[in-house]
Design a protein around this ligand. Structure first.
Ligand code: AMP
Length: 491
């Protein structure tokens, strides 16, 4: 266990020595290239003073699908000194890194936690969260899901006013802004509100000050966030599955633009940043969120089933069996089967001990990763005409390999149905959609993709069905349409 301070505040750029200058420039360039992240956040405040670290551990375990690269917890006691905070963070899974938290060795009744998946070079321990900073009012810890689009402007503004950065994340800029505003405002929630006005892009945040837990969500609602309660403990989490995992009752989703402050006296809601226009990431329902979660009142399971039903209605194939790619395509496959009246069955066994193949660095590694993760259930597919449903095609690696494996196992036909529209544009808000160059659909027609995959037919969900699938028209579908709800980041 370690006590860490994460900031050097007040040293001017001109004052820093040469080595620091180079380090800063390096990190700044890294940041300009864009550290994209897909993350999960969890916060807990037990108003009767019980330890919360074990609960945060289980909450983060339930959010592990949102990030497998790094994780951490920062915890303190609301009755203790204002600047005492214990943080554990590192590269690795929750079960590997946070054993101390599970074992009850991290004490305190107020905590925030984070799981992280970054997609560019900055896979370092220093970029793991929660971020902790010690400033005038004590210790502040922050965990962030989402990406800002005005990172460069903020970084320059802060750097030229004397900030020296310890990480390459945009999350550090948020922490820095809040700390700076806190010196000028009367409370941490006022500081968070003042900082939030300067942020553009995706941010669902859990923040802990020495005595308060704050949960806030960007005004567009790009990333999910909800709150709940178990016994005397308030919790905030990226997804409702994490509330279920700790036995908490869902109170509600945090509203887009809302700042919730949880203190020993209860919950206070600041709605001054609320706006009419929302843009909730539709990919949360398609793929990213866990199947048992409910996001903004919409069940992920039901949304995926609806996507499958649309596919069956519009693109029904003559087939003997409907199957899905585990786990991401199964619910949509079930929807397809229900709508088409075709039987649903499993075609693959999944080895649950292998991580996501998507994050493997090379194409070759990704291909062998698919085979390691999924093996064909031969008796289920031999001699059959199959409808194979998955949530998305990015580079095409997964689908191409799966079709080859199914044919080797004796499948007669493979009709691919994708429960999302073709990925055509990058995401700037925190979901990992690679650059256009790597997106197979941005440079190939549907027929070319079908041939490359070796499928008998191929169909995607029509973009016009996205709002009905998600149960709301307040969605961000920029990765499919190329229309973004904010300004674009400068390159
Ligand atoms: P690919 O093999 O490159 O076509 O990737 C497709 C697979 O990656 C699908 O099975 C998806 O479930 C998964 N996938 C799609 N988008 C993402 C993402 N943003 N992060 C992690 N996995 C993803």
């Amino acid at each position: 266990m370690q006590i860490e301070s994460a900031y050097i505040v007040g040293a001017g750029k001109e004052d820093a020595d040469m080595e620091e200058q180079f380090l800063w420039m390096d990190k700044r360039m890294d940041a300009r290239q864009g550290v994209r992240e897909e993350c999960g956040v969890f916060g807990a405040f037990d108003v009767e003073g019980h330890d919360v670290a074990p609960l945060v551990y289980y909450g983060l375990m339930a959010l592990q699908h949102r990030g497998q690269e790094a994780c951490g917890i920062a915890v303190s006691d609301t009755a203790g000194p204002r600047d005492a905070i214990f943080r554990k963070k590192d590269l690795g899974l929750v079960s590997e890194v946070l054993q101390d938290a599970a074992a009850g060795e991290m004490h305190g009744n107020l905590a925030v936690g984070h799981v992280r998946y970054s997609t560019t070079g900055a896979s370092t321990r220093e970029n793991a969260q929660p971020l902790v900073l010690h400033y005038l009012k004590g210790a502040l810890a922050l965990a962030h899901n989402g990406n800002l689009v005005n990172t460069n402007a903020l970084r320059d503004e802060l750097a030229y006013s004397g900030a020296i950065f310890q990480t390459t994340t945009d999350s550090e800029l948020i922490a820095y802004l809040i700390a700076r505003e806190r010196v000028r405002t009367g409370s941490i929630e006022a500081a968070a509100a003042a900082a939030a006005k300067k942020l553009k892009g995706g941010f669902s945040l859990v923040i802990k000050s020495p005595r308060k837990l704050i949960a806030m969500r960007d005004p567009l609602g790009l990333k999910p966030l909800c709150i709940g309660k178990t016994g005397s403990c308030y919790v905030a989490a990226s997804e409702s599955c994490a509330l279920d995992a700790v036995g908490a009752e869902m109170i509600r989703d945090v509203l887009p633009g809302e700042i919730l402050t949880i203190t020993a006296e209860g919950i206070h809601s600041d709605r001054t940043l609320l706006q009419k226009k929302h843009a909730k990431c539709v990919f949360e329902w398609i793929y990213f969120a866990r199947l048992d979660s409910c996001i903004d009142g919409i069940s992920v399971l039901e949304a995926r089933r609806r996507a499958g039903r649309f596919l069956a209605r519009v693109n029904k194939a003559e087939a003997d069996l409907v199957t899905g790619v585990p786990d991401s395509g199964l619910a949509a496959a079930e929807g397809y089967a229900l709508e088409s009246g075709l039987p649903f069955g499993l075609a693959f066994h999944k080895n649950s001990y292998i991580g996501r193949t998507f994050i493997r660095p090379s194409q070759e590694a990704r291909s062998s990763g698919v085979r390691m993760k999924l093996s064909v259930l031969k008796p289920a597919v031999a001699g059959k005409r199959l409808v194979l449903v998955d949530d998305s095609i990015v580079r095409g690696t997964t689908m191409k390999n799966l079709i080859r494996m199914l044919r080797t196992a004796g499948a007669k036909e493979v009709h691919v149905r994708i429960s999302a529209p073709p990925f055509l544009y990058p995401c700037y808000y925190g979901t990992d959609v690679p650059t256009e160059k790597q997106l197979i659909a941005s440079s190939h027609s549907e027929e070319e993709i079908r041939l490359m995959l070796g499928a008998d037919s191929l169909a995607y969900l029509d973009v016009k069905h996205l709002p009905e699938m998600a149960g709301t028209d307040e969605i961000c579908a920029a990765c499919f349409l190329g229309t973004y709800p904010t300004e674009l980041p400068e390159v």
